[in-house]
Ligand binder design. Structure first.
Ligand SMILES: Nc1ncnc2c1ncn2[C@@H]1O[C@H](COP(=O)(O)OP(=O)(O)OP(=O)(O)O)[C@@H](O)[C@H]1O
Ligand SMILES: [Zn+2]
Length: 686
């Protein structure tokens, strides 16, 4: 799941659980052992491309085995040549073997210059050339010889040493004859060094290439080319974001009929920046644009560029654009552009700065280089357009920014429609109801929901998917996967009161999001869960609502305190959530008279560096503490006042473990109808 669920989820976790702390995107419901994201970003994507269309050229994915093969072939040939040379030299230099009696004869003739003996093997050199004896020994060769080798028979009784000395021959301990000629020695040492140096250079390059060029040798061929992809996704696969689709329509038209624009000297926008939270379909939209225009799609993830050694990122950018220009009209898509496009000096930039800047500069250079007639349109995606370097959004670069936001209820229904096209569904499936129950969900969340529902039917071996599959899948996604652990009775009771506290306060406060589900079945790290979601999509919140959220978040701890008089670790994430909302109220949304209407809290920056004084910061702390303390007092007093209702919910939870919306309101004796009055929708999403 790439995106938070629209759930105000209050739970009793063990330590270590993280929660979204932005109340505008109510709390993320974690499915701790949920499936991996459907579309995990890969550096170079290959999309739905039939095998035969894949560009699998010499630099394609088949590169690695091929180059290795060539390497071993060359190395093998070299070794073979060396071996042949050496044995030729050896054969030329190997002295002929003579009979021992011949040696004795030469010694007696005084013709032996020097002798080298090791054990019974004797080598030596004559003073004058002598005729080889023709004794039929197959080891002797015809002709004359000066150097020789021979074996001394073990039964020989002569005193060879005395004989040799008597005839003035030199007896040595080192070989008289060098077995290897000088050429062979030179060649073998050269080859040895060559191989050593070659192997180390090769290994170094492999390492230096990092992910880019594993297993290849040769630098230029190493920059991984871009998967050119024929896209088979088009606008019919993108739903619920019609206003955004309209904005890219013009680009589709330009890519389809570049001449129409060229004729009148009109230029296509060079860069389009798609901005929006994860999972809203930015990548999908870019691909669909390419699919709709029927042009090649080049996709790269910016974070991949900066994992390389310095210089390679820029080189790959150059290649990306070169490849695109070759087949223009085309779309170049750069995902996660904020990974390289963060404003300089920003604190959370990752990767080496040099590499980031070089890569970014290369992208800017490439974009500046277009005169708009090449037909290459650059699309980039980010979920943090606020941190981007202004150089990126200057005119002539990514000057068209399209915000892709989470779909509204109608949009969600359409997206569910897209993702259930291939799913056989029972007549009871009600996509509209599902869309209503999933405010804040993104396209990716909904795609995941549809898939999870289908998986449930498949596990049952069913032919069709029922509404219950969808609602159960949704529950699992929103609440987490149930765990089968045995919880001791007293802890269960405490959890029942803890969740009961959250639920009751959620139901009692005017304007709060309705409670949808309360459960004391342990899920993931949590011992229990209370889920509230709004009735309608909400885009902005008022102070009263936010205070209600804090009161509700503190409700679990307050209930445990009121009933058992103890504080447990179960409130950790509740406290984090409450604190986070309070801090943002004071530091971001101007909801404190003391601090006033100014921004003190910045997402990315240290307030000190921005010149916020310590005085101001400590008054923020004081205001946060005041808000939380007041909310806590309110939680405690509300629960005391409504203790009977709290007991009723806790008892029902102990008995049934999970209560749905109707049940929990019934148990508490609260009627829902007059509960929520939708707030006027505000357009400001940030
Ligand atoms: N508007 C939509 N219509 C249909 N399906 C959608 C839509 N939005 C998202 N999806 C589904 O969610 C998946 C993930 O979306 P996508 O990768 O395009 O999101 P993204 O905004 O690029 O996310 P990220 O920022 O994480 O890369 C898509 O492959 C698609 O299945
Ligand atoms: Zn809690």
């Amino acid at each position: 799941m790439s995106d938070p669920q629209p759930a105000n989820q209050a739970d009793t976790p063990s330590p270590g659980r993280t929660q979204s702390d932005d109340p505008r995107r109510p709390v993320r419901s974690e499915a701790p052992s949920g499936p991996p994201p459907l579309d995990a970003p890969k550096p170079w994507r290959t999309e739905g491309l039939p095998r035969d269309q894949k560009d699998d050229g010499p630099e394609g994915s088949g590169k690695r085995p091929r180059n290795l093969w060539r390497f071993w072939l060359v190395a093998g040939l070299l070794l073979l040549g060396l071996w042949a040379l050496l044995s030729w030299q050896d054969s030329r230099n190997t002295p002929p073997t003579i009979p021992y009696t011949e040696l004795i004869a030469q010694v007696d003739a005084g013709n032996v210059k020097e002798i080298y003996a090791k054990g019974d093997t004797i080598q030596g050199e004559l003073i004058n050339e002598a005729q080889l004896p023709d004794d039929g020994d197959d080891q002797t060769t015809e002709g004359t010889y000066t150097t020789f080798t021979t074996e001394r028979p073990t039964f020989a009784q002569d005193d060879l040493l005395a004989d040799l000395q008597a005839h003035g021959a030199v007896v040595r301990a080192t070989p008289v004859v060098d077995q290897r000629g000088p050429i062979a020695n030179l060649v073998s040492s050269l080859v040895l060094w060559g191989v050593l140096i070659g192997v180390s250079v090769w290994a170094f390059r492999r390492v230096a290439k990092g992910a880019g060029g594993l297993g290849s040798f040769g630098l230029q061929r190493n920059v991984k080319p871009i998967e050119k992809t024929k896209v088979r996704v088009n606008f019919s696969d993108v739903a619920g974001i019609d206003e955004v689709k309209e904005q890219v329509d013009e680009i589709v038209d330009f890519l389809k009929n570049p001449d129409k624009y060229r004729r009148v000297g009109a230029r296509a926008p060079k860069g389009i920046l798609l901005e929006g939270q994860p999972g809203t379909g930015k990548t999908l939209l870019a691909r669909a644009t390419a699919g709709e225009a029927d042009v090649p799609f080049f996709s790269a993830s910016a974070s991949e560029f900066i994992e390389m050694i310095v210089g390679v990122g820029a080189q790959r950018v150059r290649q990306l654009f070169d490849e695109a220009k070759k087949v223009a009209p085309a779309i170049v898509f750069i995902d996660e552009i904020d990974a390289i496009g963060r404003a300089r000096g920003s604190s959370r930039a990752s990767g080496s700065n040099d590499e980031r800047e070089q890569t970014l500069n290369q992208i800017l250079t490439e974009m500046d280089g277009f005169d708009g007639t090449e037909g290459v349109v650059v699309m980039a995606a980010t979920n943090r357009s606020d941190v981007l370097d202004p150089a990126l959004t200057r005119p002539g670069r990514f000057d068209r920014v399209i915000t892709v936001s989470a779909p509204d209820q109608v949009g969600r229904e359409k997206i569910l429609g897209v993702h259930t096209r291939e799913i056989p569904m029972a007549p009871d499936v009600n996509l509209a109801a599902l869309a209503k129950a999933t405010p804040g969900s993104t396209g990716a969340d909904l795609a995941n929901l549809a898939n999870e529902a289908a998986l449930r039917a498949a596990r049952r071996n069913d032919q069709v998917v029922y509404q219950a599959d969808f609602t159960n899948a949704l529950e699992q996604i929103q609440l987490g996967v149930a765990r089968s652990v045995v919880i001791p009775d007293d802890e269960k009771r405490r959890t029942a009161y803890h969740e009961g506290g959250h639920a009751l306060l959620g139901m009692l406060q005017k304007g709060a999001d309705p409670v949808r589900k309360v459960s004391i079945i342990p899920r993931g790290q949590a011992l229990g869960v209370t889920l509230s979601t709004p009735d309608t999509d909400r885009y902005g919140y008022d102070e009263e609502y936010l205070l209600g959220r804090i009161v509700g978040a503190l409700g679990g701890m307050a209930a445990e305190g009121a009933v058992f008089g103890v504080v447990t670790t179960g409130a950790e994430s509740d406290l984090r959530q409450a604190t986070s909302i309070a801090r943002q109220m004071v530091g971001k949304w101007g909801m404190s008279d003391k601090v006033g209407p100014m921004t003190v809290l910045f997402d990315d920056a240290d307030p000190h560096q921005l010149g916020i004084s310590d005085d101001t910061l400590s008054s923020v702390d004081a205001e946060v503490r005041r808000i939380i303390t007041e909310c806590q007092a309110r939680a405690v007093s509300l629960l005391r006042e409504h203790r009977a209702q709290l007991d009723a919910i806790a008892d029902a939870l102990l008995e049934r473990e999970t209560l749905d919306e109707d049940e929990v309101y019934a148990v508490a004796g609260i009627t829902r109808s007059d509960q929520s009055q939708p707030l006027p929708e505000q357009a400001s999403a940030s």
